[in-house]
Design a protein around this ligand. Structure first.
Ligand code: TYD
Length: 224
């Protein structure tokens, strides 16, 4: 909480309490159900009168459009180009002066984001030089650490079973890759345990039960 004291010309103090919005990130392997849980949380927070927006990475900007083309195979490219594009998409997502996440947070709006730099560390770090991927993401890691990361935990087998029901398979959606990505996620959280606030939430068959656990992890951030 920032307390801004503005001394006016006639000597009165105009005291405004500015509450920065919270930055909450959802992570998990493909098929973990994060998008559904994020929407449910958004409704819940709005119901509590907390101004809140949802967003995702890859974004719907031109950077994100390029990434979607790479992920679906419409555009063939190298893993390093994908890793660099994700980092560029993220910089724009955070710091775009018109509609960036930083701007929304400063306006007091809570931002719920589907995937963030942990996805790059887990996915792109698995596919190419992990030290370089970390370096690419250093500005975000240093300047915009989330208030809370919700990691939806399930096995690669369970994730792939859910993905299998969708019509189109994306670049990383094979059981072998998902197993490695999941292991890397866990290693990333272990390595960054001192810097990050992470709630590991087991994905239940009943999505309402998963949501209850997410709400319990989030409530404290808002004093509710
Ligand atoms: P995903 O959340 O699965 O989107 P959708 O459900 O709409 O397909 O994200 C798309 C893919 O992008 C997913 O396989 C993870 C991958 N990804 C990365 O490899 N690096 C990143 O930094 C991000 C944000 C996502």
């Amino acid at each position: 909480m920032t307390r801004v004291v503005d001394k006016t010309a006639c000597g009165w103090y105009n005291e405004t309490v500015m509450n920065r919005g919270k930055f909450i990130v959802f992570e998990g392997i493909d098929g973990s159900g994060k998008s559904t849980q994020l929407k449910m949380l958004s409704k819940y927070l709005q119901g509590k009168g907390i101004p809140c927006v949802t967003t995702c990475e890859p974004t719907d900007s031109p950077f994100g459009g390029l990434l979607r083309a790479c992920l679906t195979g419409r555009l063939e490219t190298d893993e390093r180009a994908i890793a660099a594009l994700f980092a560029a998409d993220r910089m724009d997502h955070l710091f775009n002066p018109v509609n960036g996440i930083e701007k929304r947070l400063n306006e007091g709006v809570t931002v719920l984001c589907d995937r963030y730099y942990f996805s790059s560390l887990a996915y792109n770090g698995e596919m190419t030089d992990s030290v370089w991927v970390e370096e690419l993401n250093r500005p975000a890691m240093e300047q915009m650490r989330p208030d809370l990361v919700i990691y939806i935990e399930l096995t690669a087998e369970a994730g792939m079973e859910r993905v299998g029901k969708r019509s189109e398979r994306e670049r990383y959606e094979t059981l072998e890759k998902q197993k490695k990505i999941r292991e890397r996620y866990l290693r990333v959280f272990e390595k960054r345990a001192a810097q990050e606030s992470v709630a590991v939430i087991k994905s239940e068959r009943d999505k309402e039960r998963t949501q209850e656990k997410i709400r319990a992890a989030v409530n404290g951030l808002f004093g509710i």
